[in-house]
Design a protein around this ligand. Sequence first.
Ligand code: ATP
Length: 234
Amino acid sequence: MLTLDNISTSYGNISALKGISLQVKEGQIVTLIGANGAGKTTTLKTISGLLCPDEGDITFRGKSIKGVAPHKIAAMGIGHVPEGRRVFPRLTLMENLELGAFTRKDKSEIKKDLERVMGLFPQLKGREKQAAGTLSGGEQQMLAMGRALMGRPKLLLLDEPSMGLAPLIVKNIFSIIEEINSQGTTVLLVEQNANVALSTADMGYVMETGKIVMSDTADKLLVDEGVKKAYLGD
Ligand code: ATP
C-alpha cells in the first residue's frame, strides 16, 4: 500500500533521513521505533507531504505522492495524527471532529462516521460541546484520532499516541488502534514505547540517526537481544 524508496529529507543543511526504505502492506499495523531524534516524526511528515524529500520516492496505492500537497495526500486517503495531538483547544470536541471532514460534502455519510467515531471512543460521548483544550491527555488523543478518521483514511499515521499517558490509558488507546485496524484501516505507528508498539504491530522497523537499522516481524523484534537491550529496557 505504501512504499518509501531510499528517502532522504533534511531541514536546511541538517540531514534528518538518510536514505530510508520501508513498506506498509494493506491491512497491517506497522511500527517505527527508535530513540529521540532518530527521525520517526520526520518520516511521517515526509509521507503526509508536510516535508518534501530531497531524494527517493514514495508511492501510495501505486501512485507517486512525492511533492504532492498535504491536503491532496489527505484526500488520497492518508490521515495523520501528529505528535502532541494538536487539537484546536478553543473549539468544541464536535467542531474538531467536523474539521476532520472539511473536504467532504456527503452529509449523511459524515453523520454515519461521527456515530462510528463516537462508538470507537465511548469516553467522548456527552462531551460534544466541551472545549477540546479542557479534555484530558488521553481524551485529546482519542479526539485527534477521531478527527483523522473523519477523513476516512485508508492509511492512518499515528505519531506517539502513548506520549504522556498513564499505562492504563495507553492500554485503552492501543486496543482502540487494534479495533480501527480490524475495521479495515492500515496503520503506521511511530512510538518510543517500543514494548507496547511491538506487542500491537505485525511488522516493525528500528530507526537510528536517520537510518533504518533493522526490520522484521514484530514478534521477532520483541525477542531480539539487541532490541531488548536498546529499546525494551531489558
Ligand atoms: P522525537 O520522538 O523526539 O520526535 P524523532 O525520532 O521523531 O524524535 P525527528 O523529530 O524526526 O525525530 O528528528 C530527526 C532529526 O531532525 C533530529 O536530529 C532533529 O533534531 C532534527 N529536526 C527535527 N525537526 C527539525 C527542525 N524543524 N529543524 C531542524 N532540525 C530538526
